[in-house]
Design a protein around this ligand. Structure first.
Ligand SMILES: NC(=O)c1ccc[n+]([C@@H]2O[C@H](COP(=O)([O-])OP(=O)(O)OC[C@H]3O[C@@H](n4cnc5c(N)ncnc54)[C@H](O)[C@@H]3O)[C@@H](O)[C@H]2O)c1
Length: 255
């Protein structure tokens, strides 16, 4: 039980990587606040945790809204003295190259993937400075390498990679005892990837084969592969890591 007496907040916890991370942290003893723009899916995950004997609550939360962050912050502060772990996971996918992506597309992707992480770190720091803790920002391999058809997504995930390092340096210099790291998943089987493939129609099969050929390990990852990385960064086992980027991609970015 590596998370005994720890409190965690997981954004976008109602689906995919956020759901798997919430379940994994709870399995190891954390009290988990599962938040999502879909309250029903967050509640489903919290219910699964409670039915397995864990401790979880669901909160409606749009990460792009500062007022929502303050409401979530207040709900946590009322229930627990401190917050130990923040997983900034909520995100949206968007395909489009530099020519076809509009400014509105750009702003909507960046408001969730980039502004949401900024607001999360900013609003939760006061809850975390006393005991110290771990902030885990979910970036992507797309925050490290470029893709011609992902201009807005690349930019949003690259922003997460570097804002993580800036916040990590600030927290270390301030003596807060808060570590801040990013995780860079490769292609992981979740509803986001399934929806992306479905939207491609007839082109999906060829795309899928191309992706598989580019992954040295030869298969997509599972949500639990990322949940285990989250657990590691949340736990004391990663106590000397801050400002680092943990790549979990089956070798995709190794070549
Ligand atoms: N699946 C992958 O292959 C992969 C790879 C790299 C990075 N990622 C990143 O991992 C994170 C999780 O992705 P996933 O694959 O689990 O996707 P998913 O679509 O299964 O889950 C995303 C969750 O975020 C929630 N969400 C969306 N907008 C929100 C908002 N404004 N406020 C709060 N919640 C919101 C959704 O309701 C959903 O529950 C994302 O940041 C994604 O960019 C995923």
């Amino acid at each position: 039980m590596r998370m005994n007496n720890k409190t965690a907040l997981v954004t976008g916890g109602g689906s995919g990587l956020g759901a798997a991370s919430s379940l994994r942290l709870a399995e190891e003893g954390a009290q988990v606040f599962v938040t999502d723009i879909s309250e029903a899916s967050a509640e489903q995950v919290a219910k699964t945790i409670r039915e397995a004997g864990g401790n979880a609550s669901a909160l409606l939360h749009d990460v792009t809204q500062e007022a929502d962050w303050l409401r979530v912050h207040d709900a946590i502060a009322k229930a627990c003295p401190t917050l130990d772990i923040l997983v900034n996971n909520a995100g949206v996918a968007f395909s489009g190259n530099i020519e076809e992506t509009t400014l509105d597309d750009w702003r909507s992707v960046n408001s969730v993937n980039s502004d949401g992480v900024f607001l999360g770190m900013k609003s939760c720091l006061p809850l975390m400075t006393k005991p110290g803790g771990s902030i885990i920002n979910i970036s992507s391999i797309e925050g490290i390498v470029g893709d011609p058809g992902l201009i807005a997504y690349n930019a949003s995930k690259g922003a997460v990679r570097l804002m993580t390092k800036s916040a990590a340096l600030h927290c270390a210099q301030s003596g807060y005892g808060i570590r801040v790291n990013s995780i860079h998943p490769g292609f992981i089987e979740t509803p986001m990837v399934e929806a992306g493939l479905a939207a491609m129609g007839d082109a999906a099969e060829a795309f899928y084969e191309r992706i598989l050929a580019a992954i040295p390990m030869g298969h997509l990852g599972q949500a639990t592969d990322i949940a285990n990385a989250v657990l590691f960064l949340a736990s004391n086992e990663s106590r000397y890591m801050t400002g680092s980027e943990l790549v979990v991609d089956g070798g995709y970015t190794a070549h």
